[in-house]
Ligand binder design. Sequence first.
Ligand code: AMP
Ligand code: MN
Ligand code: MN
Ligand code: MN
Length: 281
Amino acid sequence: MTENYDLHCHSTASDGALSPTELVRRAHEHGVTSLALTDHDTVSGISEAQREAKATGIHLIPGIELSASWQNKCFHIVGLGINPDYPPLREATFNLQVMRMERAEKIAEKLEKKRIPGALEAVKKAAGEGMITRSHFADFLLSQFHVSTQQEAFDRYLGAGKAAFVSTTWSDLELAVNWITGSGGVAVLAHPLRYKLTASWMKRLLTAFKQAGGLGIEVVTGRYNADEIRTVAAYATRFELAGSVGSDFHNPANPWVELGRLGTLPESINPVWNLLSNVQE
Ligand code: AMP
Ligand code: MN
Ligand code: MN
Ligand code: MN
């Protein structure tokens, strides 16, 4: 059987719409053979996903997507093949949950000043036991008709510098990479073109990322076209990084991104799964 890797997606443990069980089932239905669950700053969905993966016969790679700060900007680092029980990683996710709750309180206060009450209760309810993210606020603003799309919620309220934006200092990039590698995982820079860096800043970032122990870069995402894939592949080659492939799937209601529906990793790129020792069980 041909392998089909999807190494980046979200469940209700963070801002995904599907439970870990539903997510694994959907991945299987869409032909994914190896799936990495990479929720924002949490590993809490992995055990449920692992159970369903065993039942379904698909390979589940434990993962995470860590928020990290570098040069006062937020970057996302995907960890693949992590050990979710590694104590420093556990402690980090616990602290991140506290940080996210405090941030949510501040975002809600800012919305209240804009005469939009009730956000905190709504996002807490929607997130349940999971991590509260800005996506939860976007959904709330949408449900209350303050905006007509998720994008508008970010453009008017939640995006950097907007009315309800709360600047957050996440853990240092180096620390985030260390939690991943220390737990036996491979650190991958997520969606590198989303940060809108100039070529020279991208080089600085990749140099720092490599120095910290980063080994991979997402060359193929659910949204990259052929040109973008070529651009990132060139960075992967130049910085000798392995290439990852991940949809960043969140919600079946979004028709643009689907589990397992991804471009092909260029043949010149070393696939990141070659670095994951336990892919074939
Ligand atoms: P947070 O980690 O809480 O800052 O939330 C970030 C999440 O919000 C991302 O993982 C995306 O799922 C979502 N997001 C960020 N920017 C946008 C945007 N412009 N439009 C829609 N969703 C976004
Ligand atoms: Mn997200
Ligand atoms: Mn991300
Ligand atoms: Mn993501």
